[in-house]
Unconditional design. Structure first.
Length: 352
């Protein structure tokens, strides 16, 4: 059962080919089913604007998507007629960007007479750690730190998600990007700030850890960003000062994320934590979570670095798992080839 996955929610065009018959059999890891995948990043396109320009993102998806589809199909050694379904990111994301992927997916599905499966972008991230060589078993706690989302979820099975806590304002990724802009760093700011922080000196600056002792599993990072802005206005930002601020900021964010994860594991009694989303690639976060997990006695899992950011593989896998667990989750494309996108879409709406 071959599923083509398409991801166009923001500034990366991702396509993947997944063989559910190979990857979802008993005794196999989901990674075994990934036949081919390709990704085009728009970082260079948006760099001069300091952030994503939605219209430019949509136009670039139009240029890149079909060539990537043909590339992946060729590398996978299969024909379009071999596909059992086409999965695509239905939302959330930029409306125009989502429409590119949805229209191509629906057209392919209609022409081939196979189901088109709309996938929630965050569900893709949530399930992406299954693409690791040693995937976690259900149930687990998931820390979703992707773009504008910072959430802790209890994941019982595919489609069975319970929200435990989320950000009340800025997400961790947003705080990274906004702080990077304060420090004059190029787009994409989060990764640039993490790199700058490696040269920072510990202890020079001390920023607040918002809601770290709130007694719940919610987050807040807006005040932390404001604290950085105030500090930046006080002084000349020479190279070392910028690195020191970046280091202190990263310390504060990671300390909060780790503390909330440990609390979630203690309160639920589960033994596995997974971390998904772009911030999940942060090396300091991974190091401190590994240390906390060893001390508290739980396991922590991450997707491979190439699957932390948006990608087609996570969409293809999510589509395959949806198709396997509930055939009704794949709505066959009707005679008019109707489809929809959801720029705003709560993950809890798809939970069983």
């Amino acid at each position: 059962m071959l599923i083509l996955g398409i991801e166009t929610s923001c500034d990366e065009t991702g396509v993947a080919l997944y063989d559910a018959a190979r990857g979802l059999l008993d005794g196999c890891t989901p990674l075994a089913g990934l036949l081919a995948h390709a990704l085009h990043s728009q970082v260079t396109l948006h760099d001069e604007y300091g952030g994503v320009v939605p219209e430019l993102a949509s136009r670039d998806h139009i240029r890149r998507l079909l060539p990537l589809v043909h590339e992946v199909m060729g590398r996978g050694g299969v024909r379009f007629e071999d596909l059992a379904a086409v999965a695509y990111t239905e939302g959330p994301g930029l409306a125009g960007a989502l429409l590119v992927g949805a229209s191509v997916a629906a057209s392919l599905a209609f022409g081939l007479g196979v189901p088109a499966i709309g996938v929630h972008h965050l569900e893709g991230h949530l399930l992406s750690p299954l693409l690791a060589e040693s995937p976690p078993a259900f149930p687990f706690i998931a820390l979703l730190v992707s773009g504008g989302h910072t959430q802790l979820m209890r994941v019982t099975d595919v489609g069975q998600y319970a929200l435990l806590g989320e950000t009340q304002d800025d997400a961790a990724g947003e705080a990274f990007d906004k702080t990077a802009k304060l420090l004059g760093l190029p787009y994409p700011g989060g990764s640039a700030l993490a790199q700058l922080a490696t040269g920072g000196r510990p202890g020079r600056f001390k920023f607040p850890r918002p809601m770290i002792a709130s007694g719940d599993l919610d987050f807040s990072f807006s005040g932390l960003k404001t604290a950085v802005a105030i500090e930046c206005r006080k002084r000349t930002l020479d190279a070392q000062t910028r690195a020191d601020i970046a280091h202190a900021f990263e310390e504060a964010v990671v300390d909060v994320l780790v503390a909330k994860c440990v609390t979630a594991m203690e309160t639920t009694g589960l033994e596995r934590l997974v971390v998904a989303g772009g911030v999940g690639a942060n090396t300091r976060l991974r190091a401190l979570l590994d240390r906390a997990a060893a001390k508290a006695g739980f396991d922590v899992h991450y997707p491979p670095l190439e699957f932390c950011t948006d990608n087609g593989a996570m969409i293809a896998l999510a589509g395959a798992l949806r198709l396997q667990s509930d055939r009704s989750a794949a709505d066959s494309v009707g005679p008019r080839c109707a489809f929809t996108v959801r720029p705003r879409w709560d993950l809890s709406a798809i939970a069983a």
